[in-house]
Design a protein around this ligand. Structure first.
Ligand SMILES: Cc1cc2nc3c(=O)[nH]c(=O)nc-3n(C[C@H](O)[C@H](O)[C@H](O)COP(=O)(O)OP(=O)(O)OC[C@H]3O[C@@H](n4cnc5c(N)ncnc54)[C@H](O)[C@@H]3O)c2cc1C
Length: 319
């Protein structure tokens, strides 16, 4: 049974765990076979049977070098956040409480509240399934973008991520709803510590996002589309968009879904989270087909209504 935070029933034909570099010999001849690299399963929508081999990186060391830290792909993201807080390494407080593994974090360049992990990545050690060689890609070679990177190509198994964090604490409070949350809580931002910020981010997230352990979900179900300002009326989605500069703006997919939600046929097994319409919840017993049917309905309604192409954020893994 494959673990996934959406609570979908899924199995695979084969399963290979990478606990040390010696285990790479088990995957070196699999390039042209059906493969799935799986972390903690918090950003995938799995069909009920994967007719191939699942690869799971279980390297769990954290090594502190003078100028950088080297972190195994199997380390839990929460463990890395805690390690940074304890060791005086700053910058990723805003990424507290994002579920998943370190090895998956660069794949979609995880981000939250104005911070993206790519800003702290020195390089990434991976195994190239195509060339059967170990490779170290520097930050540029990773081709990071908004929820994107070269690792979406699937040829590269991330083994270790080498990070450079800040040595002094400069909180990033640029995200409007985060700074409003701190204001509402009467937090004196001049006396914020990294630990306090991390705890506040956790509270902020808990106030908006459901705990996947209780309400199975995969976080945001769609990416927020980035569109050209000139193609949309200036008042379109006012208060639900973020200027990107250069004539582009990022629109809230949550708001777009709210605008068409009454037209959707939603099965009893699924619902949108009451506090955040970008989060789809499995009420229990949802099937892969039900999820895909609903996501396709949303995409086509939004395309028809607003001429906007939504992109599904988690990876769809079908047979
Ligand atoms: C409640 C909730 C909130 C979330 N909030 C955010 C958020 O704020 N910001 C955000 O960016 N994301 C968010 N996510 C998405 C998710 O947490 C991240 O994408 C996370 O990095 C996924 O980690 P994982 O180990 O579960 O990856 P998985 O879901 O197992 O895999 C995700 C992708 O990474 C690939 N992959 C996994 N491990 C490796 C590896 N070692 N080498 C190469 N490829 C690999 C997989 O093939 C797959 O394509 C949220 C998810 C949930 C459930």
């Amino acid at each position: 049974m494959l673990t996934n935070s959406f609570g979908l029933q899924a199995n695979a034909k084969n399963y290979i765990s990478i606990n040390s570099l010696d285990d790479l010999s088990k995957i070196e001849n699999l390039y042209d076979k059906k493969l799935l690299i799986l972390g903690s399963g918090t950003n995938v929508i799995l069909d009920n049977y994967f007719d191939g081999t699942v690869i799971k990186v279980q390297l769990t060391d954290i090594e502190n070098h003078k100028d950088y830290i080297s972190v195994g792909g199997g380390v839990d993201w929460a463990q890395l956040i805690e390690y940074c807080l304890v060791n005086g390494l700053y910058g990723i407080e805003n990424l507290t409480h994002i579920p998943g593994s370190v090895g998956a974090a660069p794949v979609q360049n995880i981000g939250a509240y104005g911070v993206e992990i790519s800003s702290f990545i020195k390089n990434i050690e991976c195994f190239n399934l195509k060339t059967k060689k170990l490779e170290t890609l520097n930050n540029d070679q990773c081709k990071f973008g908004y929820r994107n990177s070269i690792f979406k190509s699937k040829d590269l198994v991330i083994l270790k991520v080498n990070f450079v964090f800040e040595k002094s604490f400069q909180p990033n409070l640029s995200y409007p709803s985060l700074s409003q949350f701190l204001k509402d809580k009467s937090i004196d931002t001049s006396s914020l510590t990294p630990r306090m910020l991390s705890e506040l981010i956790k509270q902020f997230r808990n106030s908006k996002l459901p705990d996947p352990e209780i309400e199975p979900n995969v976080g945001s179900i769609f990416k927020n589309p980035i569109v050209s300002v000139k193609d949309f009326d200036k008042d379109f989605l006012v208060g639900h968009k973020w200027d990107q500069g250069d004539g582009y703006t990022k629109l809230s997919s949550a708001r777009l879904i709210e605008l068409i939600e009454s037209d959707l046929i939603i099965p009893d097994t699924l619902r949108f989270y009451e506090n955040h319409s970008l989060v789809l919840i499995n009420n229990g017993g949802a099937s892969f087909n039900e999820v895909i049917y609903l996501l396709n309905q949303i995409k086509s309604r939004i395309l028809k209504e607003f001429n906007i192409k939504l992109e599904i954020e988690p990876e769809i893994i079908s047979v």
